[in-house]
Design a protein. Structure first.
Length: 280
């Protein structure tokens, strides 16, 4: 009986001693990761001077293994991008670079950038401040950080470079960025009268081709929200669906057709519209 009493008395102390908090693997092993360099196609296209140009914008997301945002930040100096993280956890790092982004991206007078760098803060959509520091998120909220689900939903008149990588234990990390933008070049054929009206589905974009203006270049961006390693997606292509309307009031022709074109990153993709297809 005395033995049973002694065991019962020691059980609470044994449970405390075995708490997961005292397991070295469960305690955060905080390390700092610096993002010191961006290479790859960014340097191929602009040269190394783009890295010292303070007009270049760098948006970095740090996501947990469940894809929720742990931290994010907008920088014009990549050497200041230092994030504190737990070396025991898996993270994804995503870099988005816009050369001359301070001029090309939408922003207000206080230096808050929207457009490509729109963020969710506790579920509210707003522009991201150029802070040159990381902003740490409440990881219980699914939609925090940069709005990265821009899959042909908008058109951008500038080049975008992206890299997505898994975590490692290195104190410094170098990105290898790929160009994730391109364009579609529309041409009108046999257009001597009338006009084409073109609407790009899933994109708030409409434009016309006329006998006086028979071509149009539409920029686009191909971005991935799911953080697959970028090198797996460098040959990525997608199908863009169009609604094309040919109108010739003189000949009383008004005809719609659904069209599609395959678009590839880092290319100018050609799309030809022939009037005869709409009149025969």
């Amino acid at each position: 009986m005395k033995l049973k009493v002694l065991i019962l008395l020691f059980v609470p102390f044994m449970l405390v001693a075995c708490r997961d908090d005292d397991n070295p693997r469960s305690r955060p092993n905080l390390v700092e990761t610096s993002f010191t360099l961006a290479s790859g196609e960014l340097i191929r296209d602009y040269g190394e001077d783009v890295l010292t140009d303070r007009n270049t914008l760098y948006g970095i997301s740090v996501r947990l293994d469940n894809f929720r945002t742990y931290a994010y930040g907008l920088f014009d100096d990549l050497s200041k991008a230092v994030v504190q993280r737990d070396a025991n956890q898996q993270y994804w790092f995503r870099l988005t670079v816009v050369p001359n982004g301070k001029t090309l991206c939408t922003h207000d007078k206080r230096g808050n950038y929207g457009d490509l760098f729109t963020i969710y803060d506790n579920g509210k959509e707003q522009s991201c401040p150029l802070s040159n520091t990381f902003i740490y998120c409440d990881t219980t909220i699914a939609r925090n950080g940069f709005q990265e689900d821009i899959q042909l939903s908008q058109s951008y008149p500038y080049n975008i470079y992206v890299d997505v990588v898994g975590s490692n234990t290195a104190s410094d990390y170098k990105f290898s960025s790929y160009l994730y933008s391109g364009s579609i070049r529309f041409f009108a054929y046999n257009l001597s009268q009338g006009r084409f009206e073109i609407a790009v589905l899933r994109m708030d974009k409409e434009f016309s081709l006329t006998p006086e203006k028979q071509e149009y270049i539409l920029p686009f961006a191909l971005l991935h929200r799911i953080p697959y390693p970028t090198w797996l997606c460098k040959d990525y292509a997608n199908v863009v669906t169009l609604q094309v309307r040919y109108i010739d009031e003189e000949r009383k022709i008004d005809r719609w057709m659904d069209k599609s074109v395959i678009v590839h990153r880092d290319e100018q993709n050609i799309f030809l519209l022939d009037v005869n297809e709409f009149t025969n």
